[in-house]
Design a protein around this ligand. Sequence first.
Ligand code: ATP
Length: 332
Amino acid sequence: MFWHDDISLMDKKIKKIGVLTSGGDGPGMNAAIRSVVRCALSQGFLVDGVMRGYRGLIEDEVISLNHRSVANIINRGGTILKTARSEEFKTLEGQKTAVERIKRHAIDALVVIGGDGSYRGALALYQKFGVPTIGLPGTIDNDLHGTDQTIGCHTAVNTALESIDKIRDTANSMERIFIIEVMGNQSGYIAMEVALGAGAEDVLIPERSFDYDALCQHILEGGRKGKISWIIVVAEGAAKAPEVAATIHRKTGLEARFVVLGHVQRGGAPVGADRILATRLGAVAVDLLAKGCYGKAVGVLQDKIHIVDLSEAGTRKNPHVKEYYRLIKILT
Ligand code: ATP
């Protein structure tokens, strides 16, 4: 059934669950770890934490976790297990080493908290090696199939909004154009949400082509009607804020400042929605493993727990682009 039948863990009774965080960190990952650990312990499982995602797995960074290991972390940003990206794990050799580590530590199943790349890794462990895995959506990008929300997306949007509100105060007072770059390489989710939530005048996202001439025309027309300040939100994957500011200046003669919000969007205490989501999903991950249900990704659709095969849980497009963009334009 598997590429490496000899090392399949599928038929073994689960005694110990491993948990790791992988890819970009996001607020709420700690709440998910806590939930997995305490729910697993309450069902009589042992729990190991793998440090630094798949890289730590290959490098054998495995620690034992107990009830106290996850005390006072539900409100903390980042991840106590650290996170990393690993090119080596994408190779068959790297994956074989990872499976050898899993077996060495007598880990019978693995909960992977991360984004679509981390899900692909969990799927590889499951499909190629028969390692029972469950994926939890830990990414600020909210771009995974099978869930309306990902752990961290609410906090990241709120953090960016707080910064933009402050920038708007100065933009208004100084009568300036501000270009604000937010995170989102492939996904305009954060940009769209904060543009709508901050009352921005325009938004540039990777999912939608844009035209500098039209943007500058719009700014000049606004100026003629007495519009004194502009907030333009840019997702990092659509354009770079310094370049957008320079182009607007060149084409309009108006001064345009830029701010790159960067990693502040990943940090900070998770808001309630992320803590609650993480806690609910962590519990379901353990329930699935206890029932012998593997190779799944857990999410929520319309606030109800929703479970899909890991193979179906890849990247999804933002369903709100058209609706939000129309509103942003009407409300400018
Ligand atoms: P984020 O959305 O925050 O970027 P992510 O999980 O998508 O999180 P990636 O860097 O894409 O972040 O993936 C995390 C890790 O998952 C990679 O460093 C790699 O080790 C593993 N991974 C990614 N793609 C694959 C793949 N096709 N096969 C096996 N492992 C993979």
